[in-house]
Ligand binder design. Structure first.
Ligand SMILES: [Zn+2]
Length: 268
């Protein structure tokens, strides 16, 4: 029977959402790591006694399974690396969606059919997407439990990183406008520093560099709230008609290793 088991466990298999949360809870026995549940969403703080500083948010979009894998990988890394800074990690923001995405691989939005990363709109950064669109923004800004929690966490951040997949990119704001944000020069320098580990990445202001503008993203909202720095990392993408392949690599290890180096650079 042993030979059979070897075939059942594929190399580079993805963790279920339950497994990510369970492994994270185990890691939270470490003295520097604190886990707090907000409904089903787990928030991890490294050095919780220090003021809020760096925030890493993963798996806001359900089908971007690789981002939850990177979260878990980084939690193991933090224990090895032992940074002195406070880091707040949301390993899976869209818990309901990521769980669904295992049998519905194109699932992107939350349980209410709202794109969490379009739900942070404000005057001057608001587009009414169709209710059936994959970018539906909701009837009210910051209306979802996922966005309410994320807003509370990022409003006090010094540096906010929103981690997605679908392409290879390192973006600074804005996503929804061509204007230059405050702190343009600091962020522009940083994205080029981060990009040394991602030669295949597009690098720049999101609205200008990518082919589309995204309205009501959490990164734009953070900057609008006065957070000094905010970035979007798009960690993997492949041209495919198959959602699973488009957003998630078959071999996870090279992507995790690549972005581990970049996320470590975001701690300083
Ligand atoms: Zn995304």
């Amino acid at each position: 029977m042993f030979w059979l088991l070897l075939f059942i466990v594929p190399v580079g298999a993805y963790n279920t959402t339950h497994s990510i949360l369970h492994q994270t809870e185990q890691l939270c026995k470490h003295q520097h790591m604190t886990c707090t549940y907000h409904d089903e969403i787990l928030v991890v703080d490294w050095n919780i006694h220090k003021p809020r500083n760096i925030v890493w948010n993963f798996n806001e979009h359900a089908r971007e399974l690789i981002t939850g894998e990177l979260a878990l990988h980084m939690l193991y890394q933090l224990i090895e690396f032992n940074p002195s800074e406070r880091i707040t990690i949301i390993p899976v923001l869209n818990v309901w969606g990521r769980t669904k995405a295992f049998h519905r691989p194109c699932q992107r939005k939350n349980k209410n059919g709202i794109d969490i990363n379009r739900n942070f709109w404000y005057n001057g950064n608001h587009k009414k997407y169709s209710k059936h669109s994959e970018e539906y923004q909701g009837y009210k800004s910051i209306s979802e439990k996922e966005s309410i929690l994320l807003a509370k966490i990022i409003k006090d951040a010094k540096r906010y990183i929103n981690i997605h997949s679908g392409e290879f990119s390192i973006y600074m704001p804005y996503d929804g406008s061509y204007e230059r944000p405050d702190n343009y020069h600091v962020m522009n320098k940083n994205i080029h520093t981060y990009a040394k580990y991602c030669p295949q990445c597009q690098v720049g202001q999101a609205a200008r560099t990518s082919l589309y503008r995204a309205f009501g993203t959490s990164v734009d909202w953070a900057i609008h709230q006065g957070v000094p720095e905010a970035y979007t990392f798009e960690i993997y993408g492949k041209n495919s008609f198959n959602c699973k392949e488009m957003f998630n690599p078959k071999e996870t290890e090279p992507i995790l290793k690549q972005w581990e180096k970049i996320l470590k650079l975001t701690i300083n």
